[in-house]
Design a protein around this ligand. Structure first.
Ligand code: TYD
Length: 212
């Protein structure tokens, strides 16, 4: 694959979406072609699946149904958008990807990391990010940044659910410390962006997309 895949992960209110956007603009400013996308969603079909997933009216949804819907959105995303972009040498920046399912459905919903990892492999054709930026914040800090009046179906889950999600993410980072890099989401956005730019610059040089 000629391109590079970078994903952003974190609990609600971690600031990862802001950082994903900033990184996309920065990489563009280096003269590289960038695709910024998100999960669930990223394609017309995926966005329809997203609406089902986040609708607070769908409180009857079983944890496995939820997992399969995230995987359906992911499969479509990989086939329609991510793989073609990587094949044409672009830098793909994703606001959430496969690690979200391991943390939220594997950890939060207690399905377990193992089955989620196996199914992720099928839904992604084993496509792994070159780098995953885990924007880590304590759950309470993330909560404070959200408007309590407009929480979606997952955001309204109890505190312990989100604690399991954060723990699931940190476990992933311990398992693959080279690929999953933890950054402190409590830091000022400008400082954080500089740290992330540097991580990605090293990666782009290593992959031959940028001269050192
Ligand atoms: P989004 O609005 O993108 O949340 P955020 O702003 O926090 O990124 O909504 C995505 C929600 O879906 C979020 O609560 C995390 C959840 N999610 C999963 O549970 N599993 C997954 O595989 C993915 C991609 C997201």
């Amino acid at each position: 694959m000629r391109g590079v895949l970078v994903s952003f992960e974190g609990v609600e209110g971690s600031g990862k979406s802001t950082q994903a956007e900033r990184l996309a603009r920065h990489v563009e400013s280096l003269g590289l072609e960038v695709v910024l996308s998100r999960e669930p969603g990223g394609t017309p079909i995926g966005e329809q699946v997203r609406a089902i997933l986040l609708d607070p009216a769908n409180h009857a949804m079983d944890g496995w149904t939820e997992l399969f819907l995230y995987l359906a959105s992911r499969n479509q995303h990989v086939m329609e958008l991510v793989l073609p972009a990587l094949e044409s040498g672009k830098v793909v920046v994703l606001d959430r990807y496969a690690e979200s399912s391991v943390a939220y459905q594997g950890g939060g919903r207690k399905i377990g990391a193992q089955p989620v990892r196996r199914l992720n492999k099928l839904a992604t054709r084993a496509l792994r990010p070159d780098l995953t930026v885990l924007v880590d914040v304590p759950v309470a800090v993330g909560r404070q940044r959200k408007d309590a009046g407009s929480l979606d179906r997952l955001e309204s889950e109890e505190l312990q659910f989100h604690e399991r999600v954060r723990e699931g993410y940190l476990r992933l980072a311990r398992r693959a410390p080279k690929r999953v890099r933890v950054v402190d989401g409590r830091r000022a956005p400008d400082e954080l962006a500089l740290e992330i730019n540097e991580l990605v610059r090293e990666l782009l040089v290593r992959k031959g997309l940028l001269k050192s």
